[in-house]
Design a protein around this ligand. Structure first.
Ligand code: GTR
Length: 324
């Protein structure tokens, strides 16, 4: 055996040991579009802390909130290649990547938030997470977070569906949402979350649609003072891990991730309810008018969207409706 080869063999245990160490210290880079203190951020930080503790530091985490790692679309791409290890995004952003998830992205597919929660807590919720995991997109769907319901906010009041005519309303980059706003008579315009604030200020758009915590925390209420209660979208938000990372974990570590992710689902829900109620109060105090509308005209106007996108999920939609 030549000297080099001997040296190599002698060095092998050291190399294995180093590889072992490298594997032992997995750091989860967690990306979030929302700022520090937001329910989803807090729930993921607590998940990270639990993992650190339960694995004696074999798994650690670093939270990158406030969109510092990019838009949701960019974060999904980074998760797919394993540059981001864990993230929570809107299902709206996942739809264009894993089309099977779009069933939950359809307007008025859930009766209300309670209905959505029952569905995601049950077998259908798990099935849609599995669609993410089983797709070719290298992500693992772990749990759901709550984003309440989305309504339309504008710079000029919308008191009837007719008032929306021709208004440019920002939506997430998913054709389903453009069609939804167009069906209501508006002009759906797709852009990233981080662009909305200045688009509203400069008049590139006349409004957007989202839940009260986002309207507040992303400062959109500074330009959009009218919040029309359409509740047209109720989007659960998946917590996803990069499959590249997932496959590097031991089976025991995977079990811990699953367990704590499910706990995060319930923890975030409670934080969400508190945050939503507090946001409504703050928005009202800041002069935002909450406009109650009859939602039926919005429901009726979007029937063609449900028809167009719902066809492949006809059976699933019946099962969703059957959840009481
Ligand atoms: C929020 C959601 C974010 C993001 C944002 C948006 O409600 O939590 O993930 O999707 O809406 O509309 O861009």
């Amino acid at each position: 055996m030549n000297f080099k080869r001997k040296l190599l063999i002698a060095a092998l245990p050291v190399a294995f040991c180093l590889a072992g160490l490298a594997q032992a210290a997995t750091t989860l880079k967690i990306a979030e579009i929302h700022p520090a203190g937001y329910p989803t951020v807090v729930a993921m930080e607590n998940l990270g802390k639990k993992l650190e503790e339960a694995t004696n530091g074999e798994i650690t985490y670093r939270m990158f909130s406030g969109g510092v790692l990019g838009s949701e679309k960019e974060v999904i791409e980074q998760t797919q290649i394993g540059a981001v290890q864990l993230t929570r995004v809107s299902l709206g952003s996942v739809g264009p990547v894993v089309p099977d998830t779009n069933v939950f992205n359809m307007p008025f597919v859930f009766r209300d938030v309670e209905h959505m929660r029952k569905v995601i807590d049950g077998e259908i919720g798990q099935e849609i997470l599995d669609k993410i995991t089983d797709s070719e997109f290298n992500m693992v769907g772990l749990a759901w977070m709550d984003g309440g319901s989305r309504s339309i906010y504008t710079k000029k009041p919308v008191r009837r569906i007719e008032d929306l005519k021709g208004m440019k309303i920002r939506v997430m980059g998913n054709p389903l949402f453009i069609d939804t706003l167009n069906a209501m008579g508006a002009n759906g315009i797709a852009m990233d979350t981080g662009e909305i604030f200045s688009a509203l200020q400069t008049g590139v758009v006349d409004g957007a649609e989202n839940n009260p915590p986002t309207l507040l925390e992303h400062n959109h209420y500074q330009s959009a003072k009218y919040y029309t209660q359409t509740h047209h979208l109720i989007l659960p938000e998946p917590l996803m891990m990069s499959k590249t990372t997932w496959e590097q974990l031991t089976p025991e570590q995977q079990e811990l991730v699953k367990k704590f992710a499910k706990e995060a689902q319930l923890e975030e829900r409670q934080l969400w309810d508190e945050k939503s109620a507090a946001s409504v109060e703050k928005l009202k105090a800041a002069g935002v008018e909450f406009i109650e509308v009859d939602t039926k005209p919005f429901y009726d106007a979007t029937a063609p969207v449900r028809e167009k996108y719902g066809a492949p999920y006809a059976e699933l939609i019946q099962r969703i409706e059957a959840v009481k």
